[in-house]
Design a protein around this ligand. Structure first.
Ligand code: BTN
Length: 323
């Protein structure tokens, strides 16, 4: 039942500017026209707006305001990312569920997405604040068979480029702070958490966890975060349809991932550097001691590349940077 409905939404969304006849839908799904009609009524009950015109067929003209697996898949134009999608109203963390599903052989590209996370996780075991229905909190299960575990950290930079391009498409000029935080006017807009399960030199799976602050007002954030974080709504003054933002980001994540797997890190590195915050500026950097260095880009493997006053370059894999 559910899978026919998902297929139906997919078929209609591929032709959202035209009508699809009941006959064609019934042939493609292998179910009767009256079964199609029943599905349409069910879709209407969950908030889809469907136009039915005699002798022409059906067309979806609006999606539900509440997120669901169906509304997230409607209009999704990816080839593999999100084709298997699980939506939760509330969950501890989409990363926890991602680990469970990946161990149970969930396919490459599976997305776990939630309206709300009660134990959203950030990097360095920090908490990630995931306001109910105001952002996109999701995890993608990736199974990159040709990638070596030592290069897996590059995926966070791949994702950062996809996120920047998504925000730019939505009208907001953003930058990436090394390695992967997307910022607007110095405030953090998104977080990326990559977790890997590997054995020796073989990756079993990677979880790409992404948190995007979309429709929050400043008071939605805990007080201690208010001078550090922001949302797309705070930056542009406009509320956004979460399903639409998901479609945009999923499309770009898939594109960038495919480029990375086919062509390696170099094209991504170039794009990353175009979006880098404070490139070619002198910054204070702390490893053991604090010192001044010019940030000149990233190395072929994603490490931070800095230069001293004599032009000598050094690659850093971890460092505290005072932006
Ligand atoms: C960071 O610290 O910047 C990374 C934050 C990552 C948050 C996302 S939200 C979806 C996924 N589930 C989690 O619990 N964390 C990641």
């Amino acid at each position: 039942m559910e899978s026919n409905r998902t297929k139906l939404i997919e078929l209609l969304s591929n032709h959202s500017d035209t009508y699809v006849s009941g006959e064609s839908l019934s042939k493609q799904l292998g179910i009767s026209r009256s079964a199609i009609w029943k599905h349409m009524n069910e879709l209407k009950k969950v908030g889809y707006q469907i136009e039915a015109v005699r002798n022409k067929g059906y067309r979806i003209t609006g999606v539900p305001s509440e997120l669901s697996a169906s509304s997230l898949q409607w209009g999704l134009s990816t080839n593999w990312l999100g084709k298997n999608l699980i939506h939760h109203k509330s969950i501890d963390s989409t990363q926890f569920s991602g680990h469970d599903l990946a161990r149970e052989d969930a396919p490459h590209g599976t997305v776990i997405i939630a309206d709300h996370q009660t134990k959203g996780r950030g990097r360095l075991k920090r908490q990630w604040h995931s306001e109910d229905k105001h952002g996109l909190w999701f995890t993608v299960i990736l199974r990159p068979t040709s990638l070596e575990p030592k290069d897996a950290n590059q995926l966070t930079l791949v994702a950062a480029v996809a996120l920047v391009e998504t925000f730019r498409h939505l009208g907001l000029d953003v930058k990436i702070k090394w390695p992967n935080d997307v910022f607007s006017r110095g405030f953090k807009l998104t977080g990326i958490l990559t977790e890997m399960q590997a054995e020796q030199d073989q990756i079993e799976y990677i979880l790409l966890g992404i948190g995007m602050n979309i429709n929050q007002e400043r008071e939605h954030f805990p007080e201690e975060l208010r001078d550090k974080v922001t949302s797309l709504k705070i930056e542009t003054g406009k509320a956004n349809d979460l399903a639409h933002v998901f479609h945009e980001v999923a499309q770009r994540l898939e594109e960038k991932y495919d480029t990375f797997i086919k062509e390696g890190f170099q094209p991504i590195k170039r794009e990353w550097e175009q979006h880098a915050y404070r490139l070619n500026e002198w910054l204070t950097i702390k490893t053991k001691d604090s010192f001044q260095a010019k940030f000149v880009g990233i190395q072929h493997d994603g490490a931070l590349l800095i230069e001293d006053e004599y032009g000598k370059q050094t690659a850093l894999y971890s460092a505290e940077i005072y932006w």
